[in-house]
Design a protein around this ligand. Sequence first.
Ligand SMILES: C[S@@+](CC[C@H](N)C(=O)[O-])C[C@H]1O[C@@H](n2cnc3c(N)ncnc32)[C@H](O)[C@@H]1O
Length: 509
Amino acid sequence: MAPAAAGRAAATGAPLLEARPTAPAMVSSALAQARAWIASSLPLWLGAAGFLCGALLLLRARGGRLRDGGPGAGRGPVGGRQARQPGAHEGGTPRPHKGPGERGPRLPVVAYWDAQGGQVDRAPEDGPLPNVILTCPLSHLERLFNLVVAEHGAQGDVLQCWRFAPPSATTSKVRLMGLRCADPDSVVDRLAQDGRLSWVLQKLYRVGDRERPQPSLEAAAARLAVQLDEARASVRGAAASEVSPLRVRLSCFPASSTDPLLGALETAVPQPPGGGGIELVPTRQEVVAAAVQVCKGVWLTGVSASGALAEHMASRRGTGDAVSRAYFKLAEALQAAGPAAAACLAGGAALDAGAAPGSWTQLMLEKGCQRVYAVDPCQLRPEVAVAEGVEHMQTTLRDAVGVLAERQKSGQAPLLDVCVSDMKLPALSSVVRVVAEAGVFQLLRPGALVVLTVKGEAVKGNSQKRLCTDAAFPAAKELQAHCDGVQVLHLMANRELERTIIGFCKKRK
Ligand SMILES: C[S@@+](CC[C@H](N)C(=O)[O-])C[C@H]1O[C@@H](n2cnc3c(N)ncnc32)[C@H](O)[C@@H]1O
């Protein structure tokens, strides 16, 4: 053996001397071994070949379905992606797709501009125009898009769905979506009344059926001037139209184009010496003039009577019978938590930390809670405060927990089935720590549902994005000390810097 090989063998602990077979003997023994191995593993080979054929057939079938127009059948970068469910889970189990049957929505989805503002597909003037335009925060665009595709597209109400990012979008945090709807008015109404979207939908435009895209800002201003002239007659009537200027509020997207648009409007709208013309006002307007740049150099414009807009915004801001918009946050979280959460609520006892004005308490009663301890130093809305089963503990969480612990000891209060908290705490304090240090987990039965809002705050020197991740994931980790099945959710009803964490109380050892 060569010294180097001997060194290696010594180092690996192998014997230094070994019997080496001759070359012909090695060949024939190797062939015999191979024959025996092939014979013994023949059934395995046949099985593997069968499996491969099956997999290939399955892949071919899937490929055909995507080309057919399944969720991934759109064009551009969107086409390659699987439509995700609304109400994205971060670190949680993905929810099953809710589209019709196995195929999911057949809605064509198109993105015109990528994140850098580069064009990735044709512009709207070449094809059907959107007849509804939405603006929403960038943080929610993907999920809003998926919600519209999954819910409205699957119903056949929305025929086409675009994501637009105008060239200025790299600096703007607001993005656009365009919808081509079979019945746009009914889609607008349904979107406007969807409580989950009451925060996320910033603007909802219904594009007039006769509108054509305008190829420049100047063309958009000229078209707006004509529309304003038409609106003057319909708002004022012919007699009053020339006397005083029409009071107009301008809504421009992107907002950075407002000043150039104003300049172009001044040129486009005649200001007669004897009165008339237009006056731009921030409030108490007669009409709202809107100009939206849907992609590079392509504008859509429109004018609507302010009453119509106010009514519309009122219905959008309105939350039906819900005491506040927070109602929809808990509703979404409960949906994500599934049947185990519903079982905790039905007939259960709950603690609502930071309850005022009372929509979470209201929802828990609706879901069947028998008793809700609504803890908040602030007032509850009267209808919640007097509702059967509600006890308003008008104090801080720590004091209320002390009272409840005493009552549990003396058998005057049950172990709790649910704890929810939407408390607004001082910046950067951990809601899990506040809840744990107050002694809440000692009041809960094993398996009890826990829903906590983690409110990120923009702090000087910290990027908002970092702060949000900083706040939610450590909080979820802290919650894992007390709960199983912890999930971090970014709900449609959560603001950009807000997350909801949920879990089920661990069994005590
Ligand atoms: C966003 S509001 C809650 C809204 C409520 N979830 C609803 O649905 O109407 C936050 C509340 O937390 C309350 N809060 C803050 N710190 C608290 C504490 N330590 N104990 C109890 N309530 C607290 C505030 O008084 C405030 O009313």
